[in-house]
Design a protein around this ligand. Sequence first.
Ligand SMILES: Cc1cc2nc3c(=O)[nH]c(=O)nc-3n(C[C@H](O)[C@H](O)[C@H](O)COP(=O)(O)OP(=O)(O)OC[C@H]3O[C@@H](n4cnc5c(N)ncnc54)[C@H](O)[C@@H]3O)c2cc1C
Length: 377
Amino acid sequence: MATPLRVLVHGGGIGGLTLATALARAGHRVRVAELRGELDALGVGIIQPSNALHVMREIGVLADCLEAGFAWDTLTICDPAGGILAKIPQPRMGDAPSNIGIPRPALARVLAAAATAAGAELAFGTTITELADDGHGVDVTLSDGGSGRWDLVVGFDGIGSPLRTRLYGDRYAPEYTGFANWRVTVPRQAEVQGVVMSTGDRTAKALLTPITDELMYLGAVFAEEEDFRPDPERAHEQLAERLAAFTGPVAEALTRVTDPAAVVHSRISQVTVEAPWHVGRVVLAGDAAHASTPHLAQGAAMAVEDALVLALSLAAEADVPAALAAWEARRRPRALWVQALSRAVLRQETGTPTTPEEDELLEVGIPGAAHVLVEPY
Ligand SMILES: Cc1cc2nc3c(=O)[nH]c(=O)nc-3n(C[C@H](O)[C@H](O)[C@H](O)COP(=O)(O)OP(=O)(O)OC[C@H]3O[C@@H](n4cnc5c(N)ncnc54)[C@H](O)[C@@H]3O)c2cc1C
């Protein structure tokens, strides 16, 4: 499609800002409607594996990501006392680095600056209030009083996607897995030069992930009732109680956690939109379409791959409907494979019975998945 398109991106998170950058760089007119009043991504870190970094390079922000984060290429497996059990080299996609850890706010700033520099318009504190797709365009009213007609509306609006609810009601509401993730940022220990995964018994695994020269985050997953919330006065103590079996670097990291408000607790849910991800000229992408558990650290990677491939499909195909069909055909198998394997890893690590299909997936395992995922997306 040679003509510049008008594209409205609903959600200015990791996927939405990546798409806005890719499309604006290709000459399209892009507006991002983001509900939050400002860039206030959670103050914890995120792993960007090589396939995500490959996308970052394609949209021109790899150097900024590397400067803001901490690059590493080896996964270290430890026992609860910190004794090293294995060191597993991580693959690269092309010449992209193997992995970085990066503070989420830093990644958000890099992506927002890139989208703005490319010419996209970012509207904070804004959401869609009305939407009507007549097959040739989408008429949208926004909460900031703006309205317009768009060639394409993209729902990069996260796991709770209001656009998904608009298309499908509650049919694909997030499904709670029974597990929750605890994360907290602490000073980086000198020996943490890449992800250090310490395994305890079946119900305890802790990850230390470097995100800058100075900082790393401690993350751990536990079975919890859906309505459980940490005690705001003693969340740090509750985390320490759950990790009592660890005596090595994990225990040392916990001694630095003194503020309960620094502990971020997230329920782990999954979304699988089985129906088409696009209806007419409205499309769901990233977590809105296929949120997965974080066990392969690939959720954001899948979102940014979705974004880049959507931009490439719009460039390659004759019109918007053809581009959406081609995009979905290319993205669905890979994103759902990641989702299924992530879920299987969660079950395996937590001692939850697995299905024969999951057992087959688990033969690939986390190290094998890293190799699959550096194949072209
Ligand atoms: C505990 C945990 C750890 C994780 N760790 C990793 C990791 O290490 N590596 C990795 O790759 N992935 C990881 N993920 C997954 C990753 O965070 C998500 O997959 C990724 O953020 C999805 O990107 P997205 O753009 O689809 O959605 P989001 O990044 O969630 O962005 C959605 C955006 O939409 C906005 N929005 C919501 N409602 C509206 C509305 N009504 N109007 C306008 N805007 C709206 C939100 O404010 C938000 O900015 C993790 C997830 C969890 C839960």
